[in-house]
Structures are given as C-alpha cells and as structure tokens.
Design a protein. Structure first.
Length: 178
C-alpha cells in the first residue's frame, strides 16, 4: 500500500529553497503518494485570542490540519528568519495549536532545514526539535543542508557526497518507520 507523505517548506517565499528541499526529500521515498503544500495557500489573519473569540478557527487552518491527519508521514524543511521560524509558518502553527488534539497528530516526521549560508538553518532546526519533542514523540530524523546553492542541484539533488550520505541516513530512518 502506498504511503501518504505530506511535505512543505516552512516559508512563504515563491522561490523557497526549503520547499524545493522538502519536495526533493519526499520524492526520494519509494512507494509513496506525495502531497506538497505551499504556505501561501494558507494565509490567514495573524493569530490572536481576540480574533479566535470573534471568528473562531479559520477554515484554512482546518484544511491544513486535515492534510496532516491524512498523512502517514510529514516532511518539513524550515526556513530561518532571524534564528527562528518564519512568520507565515508560525501563524499557521499557532492557529492549528488551538484545535483539538496534537498539532502533528503524532504523525511520523522528518525535520529538515537549509539556507544559502554555512549553518544551513541549524538554529531554526534546533528550535523545532526542542519545541516538538513535547508535542510529537515521532520525530524520526533531522538534517540540515548548508550552502544550498552550492550543495543542491534541481536535477540531481544533494551534490556533496558527504552531505548526501548524512541525508540518506536520516531519510532511511524516516522511511523505515513508515
């Protein structure tokens, strides 16, 4: 039976390297049906208690949550803005956190990050690992890709053999848990 993989880059950039990286990772999984989400399709008002009281949870947050519930595994590649999550991603997360149950529904997760720089988004990846260890015990792999533009090709994926080996190790952990 085909596994259902949900993947997205946690960025609203139309040229998101994190969306490219998440898409690449998801497409490496054998026998999988892959759904790629674009955060721009889930733009909502900035979360506040007042907005929630006045209008409830937006339908777009419910739709995003339904995609999570339907998946067997989730791949997120985090973009880093000033050492943390992007505003677009954090807003979706904040709205979903107000619904019943866990945001991630205890789905298996592979957490990734990349950036044009040498740290590869390691700060935001560390923040995600720290935050989600309490809300989802099923994080089964994580990987950071530095210098995206030098180490990734749209045709071939990760071009550095050492980085590719590290990525494949983490991907294998995730795929093996599915």
């Amino acid at each position: 039976m085909s596994k259902k993989i949900l993947a997205f880059g946690a960025s609203s950039s139309i040229h998101s390297i994190n969306k490219k990286f998440a898409t690449f990772a998801a497409n490496q999984i054998t026998d999988a049906t892959v759904t790629i989400l674009d955060l721009n399709d889930f733009e909502m008002p900035i979360y506040s208690v007042d907005r929630e009281v006045a209008g409830g949870i937006p339908d777009l947050a419910k739709q995003f949550k339904a995609q999570i519930q339907a998946a067997d595994g989730i791949i997120v590649s985090f973009a880093e803005h000033n050492g943390s999550f992007t505003a677009a991603y954090k807003n979706i997360y904040d709205w979903m956190s107000r619904m019943e149950g866990s945001v991630w529904e205890e789905q298996l997760m592979l957490l990734l990050s990349t950036s044009p720089g040498g740290r590869g988004g390691k700060g935001v990846l560390a923040a995600a690992l720290s935050t989600y260890q309490w809300s989802n015990k099923n994080i089964v792999g994580h990987f950071s890709l530095p210098f995206f533009n030098q180490n990734f090709s749209e045709q071939g994926g990760i071009t550095d053999t050492t980085l590719l080996a590290g990525f494949k190790e983490q991907l294998a952990l995730f795929e093996g848990a599915l």
